[in-house]
Ligand binder design. Sequence first.
Ligand code: CIR
Length: 255
Amino acid sequence: MLIAITREVSPAIAHCELTHLQRQPIDYALACQQHRAYQTALAELGCEVHTLPAEAELPDSVFVEDTAIVLEEVAVITRPGAESRRAETASMARALQPYRLLRFIQAPATVDGGDVLRVGKRLYVGLSTRSNQAAIEQMQTWLEPYGYTVQGVPVTGCLHLKSAVTQLAADTLLINPQWVDATVFGDMKLIEVDPAEAYAANVVMAGGGLIYPANFPRTRLKLAALGLPLKIVDVSELQKAEGAVTCCSLIFDAE
Ligand code: CIR
C-alpha cells in the first residue's frame, strides 16, 4: 500500500517563510482548492491519502515534506532550518510512528526534507540555508548501516536541493543546472528545465505517474515528448509561499 501524508493548508499561510521570493497576497480559499486537487492527483496515482488537520499557528505546515525523510527501514524526523517550522515535526512523528522506527535529528543539526533527494540507496542532501553538515553526519551514522550513502551537495539561488533537481524515472533526473552542479549525479540521465522556467525542476513521482505544475509549459512539453505520464496540477498559491509539488506530501510504502 502506498501512503501519502498531507496536511491541510494553514489559515496563516500568508505569514509563511520566504527566502528567494517577494511576498505576494495568497488567496487562502484558492490555495485550499488547489491543495485538494493535488490530493486527488495523489489518490488517482494509487496513494492512500492521509490528511493531518490544519495548524493555525504554523504558516508553512502544509509543506510536510520538510518534516521527515521516510525510508523503508526508518523515518528521520528533521529539525527544520527555519525556527518557525520546528513545531511542525511533533505531529508528523506521531503520524509516522505506526509505520517506521523513528530517528530524530538533534541540534545543532538542521535539515529540511526538501533538501533530501533520494535516488535508490543514495541520499543527496542540499547544503542550503536550511540544512547543514551536522545533519549529514547524523544521517550517515543512522543510515549507512542500512546501506545508504549520504552526500552533501551545495545549492545556490534556490531554497532547497529539490527546487533544483528531482527524480523523473529510475535512471533520470529533472534539473536546473543553474542552481546545482549537474556533474554530482554521476551516471543518471539528466533532463534540463527550459531556461525560461527556473522553478520547473520539481516533480512528484508516485505509483508510476508524475505530478507536475501547470505553469511550466515549456518544460512540460519536453517531458510529454518523452512519453512521461504527467498529471498536471495548478499550485500557483502554494508557489507564492515558495512551495512546490514534492513539498506537499510524504509518500511511502506500508504493509
Ligand atoms: C519555507 O520557506 O519553508 C516555506 N515557505 C516553503 C517550503 C517549501 N518546501 C519544500 O519545497 N520542500
